[in-house]
Design a protein around this ligand. Structure first.
Ligand code: BES
Ligand code: MN
Ligand code: ZN
Length: 529
């Protein structure tokens, strides 16, 4: 992993004096400032750019730069700024509305003044990093034209977006482009802020969260010959340095407990199946925990119901749910969240083999319910069934949320914009939806009900592991619901959002680390203190 970013908070006065002197010729400096509607600047920015005002106005007019969010203007050798060779103006004029739900139809050619205050500093940080380029010597003057409600929090979001944007998974490339080689190592961004102390703590928190998202991304990106269940567990154990308790159950232990649905999935693999339990005890002693369960199929060949060859390599990412749970636990520990939280990872490899499980097999799950295997490629629900039942029985949690790259059908329904949300509890579903809106990791609630539940009844066992061609994501969720009893539960199907991600402002990586920010936010906003 390369392109690490470090922020050094500075006062506006320090920014001014750095820019007054000549810059280091070997490492020309980029100065980044923010422009609002009609080229509005913050007061400190305006004062600093006084000598370049005319140049900026002419360049902006020529380039038709008006400060629209998402747009940028580059000016080389800005006047009156001996300390910077390049000036970058980033637009922060909020788009009128970009909500998912109904918006007023826009009448073309009528200019309605933009009154909505810009608040997406996460995206702005990503856009800025994209324009600066990793490894550049940059000074960011964080002085938005419309003062944010909470400047410290805004600075933290900005830094988070920048670090997430800079992440690159390239450790297996032995011949790096010269460009990339130069970008190795940490790039330092001098970060001019109104309140250095507030920024310092916000930056520290942002860094903890960023590292946690990047940990999840790296796990998703790793190939399955490296990231075996054992290696996954080893990396999860590293969280013990942050005060997370980590317990690993091997196949013998899982057999003793009775997790035969989970074990059946790994039966055809040379790699041992493992379950990892992570515990963060930041809440009151004895307070009921929150629980998160991740599907960790390190590779999903489909098993005996083998998948077609096209894109099978993507199935190294079939552990994105477990990766998100590890990332979340790391995030909570790094900010010492005031909650008791359990994370459970079901780590298996789904392979065809003489010993592999077959269609027609019947397995007895930990719950005692029996499952007829119709398709060995519907393996994720088998892993989760035992993990959910185990958590429910052992920890009696406030809620259980599972994350899983569970069905291709969720991609058909929602694409890569929203993850599917299934729940037996309206309050939990609403809170998750709100956390999704706040973080941009969006959820769309899907229906459940008895008619769908019937679709997984089996002729020979209590249930079967597929529900036929229709409503594939929903019948998968119905299957899971049979293992949660009355516990408030939500299932997030992240097959569309966790991997194969499109490049965007805050992510250029195949594995997105989706869910870490969402669930950190859920815990912070609704379950602490
Ligand atoms: N891991 C896959 C789902 C998946 C598909 C994740 C595409 C990411 C991208 C899952 O184990 C699977 O194979 N599901 C089957 C279920 C079917 C056999 C009932 C599917 O979606 O086709
Ligand atoms: Mn599968
Ligand atoms: Zn799978």
């Amino acid at each position: 992993m390369s392109a690490e970013v470090k922020f050094e908070p500075l006062s506006f006065d320090d920014v001014k004096s750095r820019l007054a002197g000549p810059e280091d010729k070997a490492s020309p400096r980029t100065l980044v400032v923010f422009a609002g509607p009609e080229l509005a600047f913050g007061a400190a920015t305006k004062a600093l750019l006084a000598g370049a005002a005319d140049q900026i106005a002419r360049a902006a007019a020529y380039a038709k730069f008006t400060g629209k969010s998402g747009s940028a203007l580059e000016i080389l050798v800005p006047a009156g700024l001996p300390g910077a060779s390049r000036l970058l103006l980033l637009g922060t004029a909020a788009a009128a509305s970009d909500g998912a739900q109904a918006e007023k139809p826009k009448t073309p050619d009528t200019k309605t003044p933009d009154t909505k205050t810009f608040d997406d500093f996460l995206t702005l940080g990503g856009q800025t990093m994209g324009k600066i380029g990793a490894g550049a010597n940059a000074l960011v003057l964080f002085d938005p034209p419309q003062a944010p409600a909470d400047a410290g929090a805004a600075a933290g979001q900005f830094a988070l977006g920048a670090v997430l944007r800079a992440y690159k998974f390239d450790q297996y490339k032995t011949k790096k482009k010269k460009d990339d080689a130069e970008r190795e190592g940490a790039s330092e961004i001098a970060f001019g802020v109104a309140n250095v102390e507030a920024a310092r703590s916000a930056l520290a928190e942002a860094e903890g969260l960023a590292e946690s998202v990047l940990l999840a991304r790296t796990l998703v990106n790793e190939p399955a010959n490296v990231l075996t269940p054992y290696e996954f567990a080893r990396r999860a154990k590293e969280l013990s340095a942050l005060g997370v308790e980590v317990e690993v159950f091997d196949e013998q232990a899982l057999a003793d407990i009775g997790m035969r649905a989970l074990l059946g999935v790994g039966q055809g693999s040379e790699q041992e199946s493992l379950v990892v339990v992570l515990r963060w005890n930041g809440g009151a002693a004895g307070a009921q925990p929150l629980a998160f369960v991740g599907k960790g199929v390190v590779f999903d060949s489909g098993g005996i119901s083998i998948k077609p060859g096209a894109s099978m390599e993507d199935m190294k990412g079939d552990m994105a749910g477990a990766a998100a749970v590890v990332g979340l636990m790391r995030a909570l520990a790094s900010r010492k969240a005031k909650a008791n939280v359990i994370g459970v990872l079901g780590l298996v490899e789904n392979m065809p083999d003489a010993k592999a499980q077959r269609p027609g097999d019947i397995v007895k799950s930990l719950s005692g319910q029996t499952i007829e295997i119709i398709n060995t490629d519907a393996e994720g629900r088998l892993v989760l069934a035992d993990a959910l039942w185990y958590v429910k029985e052992k920890y009696k949690p406030v809620f259980m949320i599972d994350l899983a790259t569970l069905t291709g059908a969720i991609l058909v329904a929602l694409g890569q914009e929203y993850a599917g949300l299934f729940s037996n509890n309206d309050e939990l579903a609403e809170r998750l939806t709100k956390a999704g809106e706040a973080t941009g990791e969006k959820l769309w609630r899907m229906p459940m009900g008895p008619a769908y539940d019937k679709m997984v009844d089996s002729r020979f066992a209590d249930m079967k592991n597929t529900g036929g061609r229709h409503a594939g994501s929903i019948t998968a969720a119905q299957f899971l619901q049979r293992f949660v009893d009355k516990t408030p539960w939500a299932h997030l199907d992240i097959a569309g959002t966790g991997m194969s991600s499109p490049a965007g402002d805050i992510n250029q990586s195949w594995g997105s680390g989706w869910g870490v920010r969402l669930l950190d936010r859920l815990v912070r906003d609704f379950y602490e203190g």
